[in-house]
Design a protein around this ligand. Structure first.
Ligand SMILES: [Zn+2]
Length: 354
């Protein structure tokens, strides 16, 4: 990474970033949701909890390919992957097929009922042991939505309990399984990844670095699963993103229209993608870490974890403030969404846009 000043303006040149967790939603939305990603990221991994989740490897691969086609219209280097949605009926043969496909890079475990469209998710983990064993054998990674769904557990404790019970057990039974704890939001989640060998990684979404629960109350655009947690959890997540070799970027951006967000029973998920790189830059700026740690987190550790080549092309950021728009069109119809932190000012923006 290189930082230089020209005509009193500060520029930052970094390896192109990648985003290993994003939601593009239904196929009809791809033409508007994928470009937001492709503009800023080299590799991206889309999640498949669509209205009708894509649970067959070939369907998953097709979705990944369609996303690539959309993305390459504006970024010829863009490469999209997906994580196969695991259900109670996923077999180890499905894993064998998935491993052979170009766009399926991992599988994703949604505990039943944990988040959006998780009603096809796994109900009995033990039944998945043969599938996990195959994944371990093939070196095929599993992405975990790390929350328990016991109604007796408060939302704020769902990730901690998942880590202390489910995750510890999976890692104990399958010590070589490549695991990604998605959207780390607590000190327990961060600590678990930091304490385990490098076959375990964790993604961090910008909202968990930029906010804590005090900034969320009364802000529907900041509701997401897992919930943005306490100030000390936020501190732990920032430390994790800055310092842990196994931590990398995954925005978990979710393009919900305002009609689905601003209502009782509104959807969880923050729309971070339109400003993803500037949001992360802001988070690292506040953490006094716009240096090699920022580049490692955004651009190097993720591709390395997934065994992909670290991109050679570079992106330039400029120390010029931008204000986040209040509304973004996310549908070719008339659907608009309010981005995360709408109206706030970010201190870095992208200079060399494609
Ligand atoms: Zn997600």
């Amino acid at each position: 990474m290189r930082i230089y000043e020209k005509d009193s303006v500060v520029f930052l040149v970094m390896i192109w970033p990648s985003n290993f967790h994003v939601h593009w939603r239904q196929i009809i939305h791809l033409m508007l949701t994928v470009p937001l990603t492709a503009k800023q990221f080299h590799y991206a991994m889309g999640m498949l909890n669509l209205k009708v989740p894509l649970i067959h490897p070939l369907d998953a691969n097709d979705y990944g390919r369609l996303a690539m086609i959309e993305g390459r219209k504006i970024n010829p280097n863009f490469m999209s992957y997906v994580a196969l949605y695991l259900t109670d009926n996923t077999t180890f043969e499905d894993i064998d097929i998935a491993v052979s496909l170009d766009h399926v890079l991992a599988a994703k475990l949604y505990p039943f009922g944990a988040t959006t469209n998780s009603d096809r998710g796994v109900t009995n983990l033990k039944k998945m042991w043969p599938v996990f064993a195959r994944m371990e054998e093939k070196g095929f990674p599993i992405c975990l939505h790390g929350e328990v769904t016991d109604p007796k557990i408060a939302l704020y404790d769902r990730e901690r309990v998942f880590v202390d019970t489910v995750l510890v057990e999976i890692h104990k039974v399958f010590p070589r399984l490549r695991i990604i704890l998605e959207h780390v939001s607590t000190k327990e989640g961060a600590q678990f990844v930091m304490d385990t060998p490098n076959n375990v990684g964790g993604t961090v979404a910008p909202q968990y670095m930029l906010c804590n629960c005090n900034d969320v109350y009364l802000w529907p655009t900041r509701n997401c699963f897992p919930m943005i947690n306490s100030p000390s959890d936020q501190e732990a997540v920032i430390y994790f993103a800055k310092n842990c070799e196994q931590a990398f970027a995954g925005t978990d951006s979710a393009p919900w229209g305002d009609d689905r967000k601003f209502c009782d029973g509104g959807k969880g998920g923050c729309l971070t993608e339109p400003y993803a790189v500037p949001l992360y830059a802001e988070a690292f700026y506040r953490a006094d870490a716009v240096d090699d740690r920022f580049e490692q987190f955004m651009s190097v550790r993720g591709p390395k974890f997934y065994g992909l080549e670290v991109p050679e092309d570079t992106m330039t950021l400029v120390r010029k403030s931008i204000e986040i728009k209040h509304s973004i069109q996310i549908d070719s119809g008339n659907m608009y969404a309010t981005p995360f932190m709408a109206g706030e000012v970010l201190r870095w923006s992208i200079d060399s846009s494609i």
